[in-house]
Structures are given as structure tokens and as C-alpha cells.
Design a protein around this ligand. Structure first.
Ligand SMILES: Nc1ncnc2c1ncn2[C@@H]1O[C@H](COP(=O)(O)OP(=O)(O)OP(=O)(O)O)[C@@H](O)[C@H]1O
Ligand SMILES: [Mg+2]
Length: 337
């Protein structure tokens, strides 16, 4: 069902029961390889390699994994800041992965992104009024309406509407991220991809922004793809969690069962690094230290790409690529699970 013509959400709501808001299948991004000094191109970098998941309206999927595993590239394809090499992204039943920029325009308002560094993602020469109302002006709103809406949004995200004519540098990091969130909400989106939205903030401010995003999700029925490397943040905000390694999802499931009973050795290693709030449990915590760095996506190891660092790898792991399969009510790509 299309939401293009309908400014209200009612028709889209009706569609929700039948299909997920977001249906991602086999999403792949192969960046062209770097040129060497002799001008020859290296192997393509498969930054994202066959990612599939569903996301229901009003829900949050957490996306975690080490630096370089393809989280941001995935996020950017979901909102079509990047066009995938192959695979599909269906938003509300419509495949947006191949649409032209022109055909995308009416859908854009539904898909927004919040970035990691609030200050560098806000234009320092624009006032808050201009920054927040920009998406509305692009969509054809009048200046007075857009300004009124910007003030409303400032209030919604906990900023003082009287500060509407200030510039980004006059705000703290946490406040600047609230401006970024307000801007992302301007067009009444249904999906927000938040790429490390609190990683650049002080720990005390992180909690405030996470709480704000939780409240907005509940009030506005938003769906989030929440990208982070901090597993405790992801645990707070997500309904489901997908763990990525070298461009692929290696484990995905309901947050509670995944955190309590991880099946993939990589998930176990990631979780073993998270400090526990209970001091007794924290004393018993055994860290699984992974050897070496993740391999380059330009030259992934054969078989299971995790095998060179895996503490339980067997012969089959060196030769056969494990596919995602259902183990203990979640999906796991591991021969040993
Ligand atoms: N435009 C590009 N051209 C070539 N390679 C790229 C490009 N963008 C990303 N990559 C490569 O793709 C891989 C995935 O990058 P991506 O930024 O998606 O990872 P990430 O999981 O978001 O990492 P981080 O946690 O550091 O933000 C990396 O190896 C990166 O070097
Ligand atoms: Mg990233």
C-alpha cells in the first residue's frame, strides 16, 4: 500500500498487520576495490554481503558488531543514501532499492537518519529553525508553517523553543543531538535509522538521549534500526538484535534470549566484554578475548569468515560457509551452534 498520497497514517496502519514495515532481503554492497600504484583495481570490498531481516512498525532492531563490519553501509542502504549492489529493501510493501531519486522523493519523508556526531551533521551556518525545517521546506511546506513546526519539534525533543534562532555551536553535544533528532522527525517518518546516535556523547547524556528516543518511539509509533557498538545501549533500546561480522548477520534474535543465551561464538565473545551491573556476577565474568583483528572484506577467509579467530572452529568451518539457521528460537550462522 502506498503512503504517497495520504498525509494521515490510517491507510498505512491497515497494512501493518499483513506485512513488516521493512523487509530486507539479501542486501549486498560491493564497493569497487582500491586502485594500486600501477592503476589496477583490487578486489571489490563486500562491505555488506547478503543481509536479510524484517522489522515491524513501532519496533527496534539493534545492529551490532566491530568497526568495519558493515553497519553504517547497511543503514545507508536502508534509507537509500546508498544504492545496493544487489538485494532488496521493501518499505511498506514497496521495493525502494532500485527507485530513481525522483520516484523516491515522496517516500523519503518516511525514512530518516540520525548520525553519530551531532555537531558535524548540523550545518554550523544555519539556525536551528532552518536546520529542523529544512526537510519540510524541501517537501514544499511554507516558511511560516515550517517554522511553527520546528518550534513544536524543539519542545517535543526537550529543547527550549525560544532558542529557535540560535546556531548549533551554542548547544552542548546532547542538545545538538536533540536538534538532529528533531530534524529527523520533521516529516513524520515511520522509520529512523540511528547510526551510533549516542556514541559521541558523555555517558550521562547518553542515557537522556536513549530515554528520549524510547519515548518518541512509544508516542509516535516509530520503528528504529539502532546501530551501535555498545552492547549495553543496544540492549536497552532493542526488541531484536542482529550481530554482524564482516558484512553478514551471524546471529539474530529476540533481545532477551540472545543476551542470556548467545549461540554464536562471536556473540559470546562480544557479550563477555560487557561489564555486568551485579558485582558478584561481574567477578565471575570470564572474558573471551578474540585473537587478531577482523579480516578485510576485500579478502574474506574461506568457509566461515570468523574461523581464524574462533575458539571452537573445526575443519568444516575452514571450508564450508555456514548459513543462517534456526537454533534455540533465533537465527545463527555457525556449524557448531
Ligand atoms: N565508500 C566506500 N568505498 C570503499 N569502501 C568502503 C566505503 N564505505 C565503507 N567501506 C568499507 O566497507 C566496510 C564497512 O564499512 P562501514 O562503515 O559500513 O562499517 P561500520 O560497521 O559502520 O564500522 P564503524 O563501527 O567503524 O562505524 C569497511 O571495510 C569500510 O572500509
Ligand atoms: Mg559506522
Amino acid at each position: 500500500m502506498s503512503t504517497e498520497a495520504a498525509p494521515t497514517r490510517a491507510p498505512a496502519m491497515a497494512a501493518r498487520a499483513e506485512q513488516p514495515l521493512l523487509r530486507v532481503r539479501d542486501l549486498t554492497m560491493a564497493f569497487p576495490g582500491k586502485r594500486s600504484a600501477t592503476g589496477r583495481r583490487g578486489a571489490p570490498v563486500r562491505a555488506v554481503d547478503g543481509v536479510s531481516f524484517d522489522l515491524e512498525a513501532g519496533r527496534t532492531l539493534g545492529l551490532v558488531g566491530e568497526s568495519g563490519c558493515g553497519k553504517s553501509t547497511t543503514g545507508r542502504m536502508l534509507v537509500r543514501l546508498l544504492e545496493p549492489t544487489s538485494g532488496s529493501v521493501e518499505f511498506d510493501g514497496k521495493d525502494i532499492s532500485r527507485l530513481s531519486q525522483r520516484a523516491l522523493r515522496p517516500l523519503r519523508r518516511n525514512l530518516q537518519m540520525v548520525f553519530q556526531d551531532p555537531h558535524s551533521s548540523l550545518n554550523p551556518r544555519q539556525t536551528v529553525a532552518r536546520i529542523i525545517s529544512d526537510p519540510l521546506l524541501v517537501q514544499g511546506s511554507g516558511a511560516a508553517d515550517a517554522r511553527r513546526r520546528a518550534a513544536e519539534l524543539m519542545e517535543l525533543v526537550g529543547l527550549i523553543p525560544e532558542h529557535i534562532d540560535r546556531y548549533p555551536h551554542e548547544f552542548s553535544g546532547g542538545q545538538a543531538q536533540r536538534i538532529g533528532i528533531a530534524r529527523s522527525l520533521a516529516t513524520n517518518p515511520r522509520l529512523i535509522v540511528a547510526d551510533e546516535p549516542v556514541s559521541a556523547l558523555d555517558v550521562s547524556v547518553q542515557a537522556q538521549i536513549v530515554n528520549l528516543m524510547e519515548r518518541l518511539r512509544a508516542e509516535l509509533g516509530l520503528a528504529y534500526v539502532f546501530i551501535a557498538h555498545d552492547l549495553s545501549v543496544v540492549k536497552r533500546v532493542s526488541d531484536r538484535v542482529a550481530v554482524m561480522y564482516l558484512g553478514r548477520i551471524v546471529e539474530m534474535g529476540d533481545k532477551k534470549s540472545l543476551y542470556e543465551n548467545p549461540q554464536h561464538p562471536y556473540t559470546r565473545a562480544l557479550l563477555s566484554a560487557v561489564p555486568l551491573p551485579d558485582p558478584a556476577a561481574e567477578r565471575r565474568r570470564e572474558r573471551i578475548v578474540l585473537l587478531g583483528d577482523p579480516p578485510s572484506p576485500a579478502a574474506p577467509p574461506p568457509g566461515c569468515t570468523f574461523h581464524p579467530r574462533c575458539p571452537v572452529a573445526q575443519e568444516i568451518c575452514r571450508t564450508e560457509r555456514p548459513l543462517l539457521r534456526t537454533v534455540a528460537s533465533r537465527e545463527v550462522a555457525c556449524h557448531m551452534a
